[in-house]
Ligand binder design. Structure first.
Ligand SMILES: [Zn+2]
Length: 342
């Protein structure tokens, strides 16, 4: 009987030894959306032994255009993506161990989820979390496969601690909100996310089988509509003054960039203000909150009332969030992190 990995094992760069390395490997896939779906599917089919997946979203019908792990039943039920992904992977390859966490990846938990992984792979939809992953990668010495897609294209790079530049060498600060394209506003082609995700998965495989000579050393940008590939060499991109990789100051991980949380005196409420102004898509948020709470829209905010806990959460379009019904900062922060991502 031939192995389920026969076609992959006969590839000279992989071979039985590479396959054994994949089986023993542990990869953190951060995010189980458009990029994460394809990355998780491909790494599981390739036989990566352990996958840790972290995502805070539930499956929505608008995801199905590109998020290949999910179907209409998941969307109708509002299943958490990590749960749907875990069930799907169990059906695809029962040899893979999936550690699924329905959680907001943040400074409080990122190190814990990355611990023991050989590679961190980016399936995220926001830039601030990418800076967090960059910090985790550097602190723990784990290579970080960076990727992002929007509209008809995307980009990827492999950032290896001590060897290549890090994200902050290339772009020291996340760009101000409103200056970068997002999928919510500009849309995204499913083929673009699938292409970038496949390239990220391929780089992950190279790292896991020790094919370091083959690992990409540039920042590659691709546009599928124009069929253009552009490669920016990163060989000399390491910044000796980089706060993260040179200075080993992990500002995103250490919480210096965490939101400001204050109890509002006499109001039985807690206010959470993001450190960086973010642009919050309230219509999308209202849809995500709908299965969990009664949602009331206003001009520049929405209010979600949670029946079970009695908590109410007002979210403004700049990400500012007020949780009423508690004075416990942790309760408020957890609620805001889960649904708003601040
Ligand atoms: Zn750096």
């Amino acid at each position: 009987m031939s192995s389920r990995y026969a076609r992959q094992e006969i590839l000279p760069p992989i071979g039985p030894e590479g396959q054994a390395a994949l089986r023993a490997a542990h990869v953190l896939v951060a995010g189980a959306g458009a990029l994460g779906s394809v990355i998780i599917d491909q790494l599981a089919r390739a036989g990566v032994g352990t996958l840790t997946i972290v995502d805070r979203d539930i499956v929505d019908v608008t995801n199905l255009q590109r998020q290949t792990l999910y179907d209409e039943r998941d969307a109708a039920r509002g299943t958490p993506k990590v749960e749907a992904a875990k069930a799907r992977i169990a059906a695809i390859n029962g040899e893979v161990r999936v550690r699924a966490f329905w959680d907001d990846l943040g400074a409080r938990n990122a190190e814990r989820y990355a611990a023991g992984a050989q590679v961190i792979v980016d399936g995220l939809d926001n830039l601030e979390s990418r800076y967090l992953l960059n910090d985790v990668s550097l602190k723990l010495g784990i290579p970080y496969v960076y990727g992002g897609a929007v509209a008809t294209g995307g980009m990827f790079a492999v950032l290896r601690p001590g060897i290549t530049a890090c994200l902050r060498c290339i772009a020291p600060e996340p760009p101000p909100p409103g200056t970068i394209a997002t999928c919510d506003v500009h849309g995204v082609l499913g083929m673009a996310t699938a292409t970038i995700a496949s390239l990220e998965a391929a780089e992950t495989l190279k790292l896991l089988v020790g094919a370091t000579a083959a690992v990409e050393r540039g920042l590659v940008s691709i546009d599928l509509w124009r069929n253009e590939w552009r490669r920016t060499d990163l060989s000399n991109a390491r910044d000796p003054a980089c706060p993260a990789c040179a200075g080993r100051r992990f500002e995103f991980l250490d919480g210096d960039r965490l939101p400001n949380v204050t109890a509002l005196c006499g109001k039985n409420a807690v206010q959470i203000v993001p450190r960086l102004v973010i642009s919050c898509d309230l219509a999308d948020l209202a849809r995500r909150l709908a299965p969990h709470a009664a949602v009331t829209p206003a001009a520049t905010s929405i209010t979600a009332t949670f029946r079970e806990s009695g908590l109410a959460m007002e979210v403004f379009d700049d990400g500012r969030t007020v949780v009423s019904g508690t004075t416990d900062a942790e309760v408020a922060r957890t609620l805001a992190a889960r649904f708003v991502g601040v």
